[in-house]
Design a protein. Structure first.
Length: 167
């Protein structure tokens, strides 16, 4: 248990450092402006699509999908669905808190818990494991979308940003 706590603490700090750049760009700059212009749902979906596309080069041009992963035709849609769901959650938290840190923390937490807790706790059970776990499997997107739905249903609880007048 101590090992997990230490890994999560160290991993969270490291992951937060890398997620902060995306948090500043997506949560700090992009999402409030999109929400002011297009509303909650469209802003979340546009941000999620951009965020997923941002990851395509590393997903497609590296060894991200290795021999233990499902094929890209399966893994890529799972990843995109996860990003769309996370963007709903992150937009809601951003608008509710007024802070860009919420997006960075959600991003960092998702990466750390997936890599250091969920995947290592899963015992390999043949080919089905690859199609189920990690960002390339279907289970994480299912859980994220179910959680995002709860946030989406409460979208009226957040203050919509006002459209900024051109200067």
């Amino acid at each position: 248990m101590l090992w997990v706590a230490l890994w999560l603490t160290g991993g969270s700090v490291r992951s937060l450092a890398s997620a902060l750049g995306e948090g500043i760009g997506w949560s700090g700059f992009l999402t409030p402006r999109l929400a002011a212009r297009y509303g909650f749902t469209q802003a979340a979906l546009i941000t999620g699509a951009i965020w997923a596309s941002w990851h395509f080069p590393i997903l497609l041009l590296s060894d991200y999908f290795d021999s233990a992963s499902p094929p890209a035709w399966f893994a890529l849609p799972c990843f995109v669905i996860e990003m769309l769901g996370l963007s709903v959650i992150m937009l809601w938290l951003r608008l509710r808190s007024g802070s860009l840190w919420t997006g960075a923390l959600v991003n960092a937490s998702a990466n750390v818990f997936n890599d250091l807790v969920f995947v290592p706790l899963t015992s390999p059970r043949g080919w089905i494991t690859a199609y189920t776990i990690d960002e390339s499997g279907f289970m994480l997107p299912v859980v994220v979308v179910a959680t995002a739905l709860l946030f989406w249903l409460r979208r009226r609880d957040v203050v919509q940003p006002r459209v900024l007048a051109p200067t």
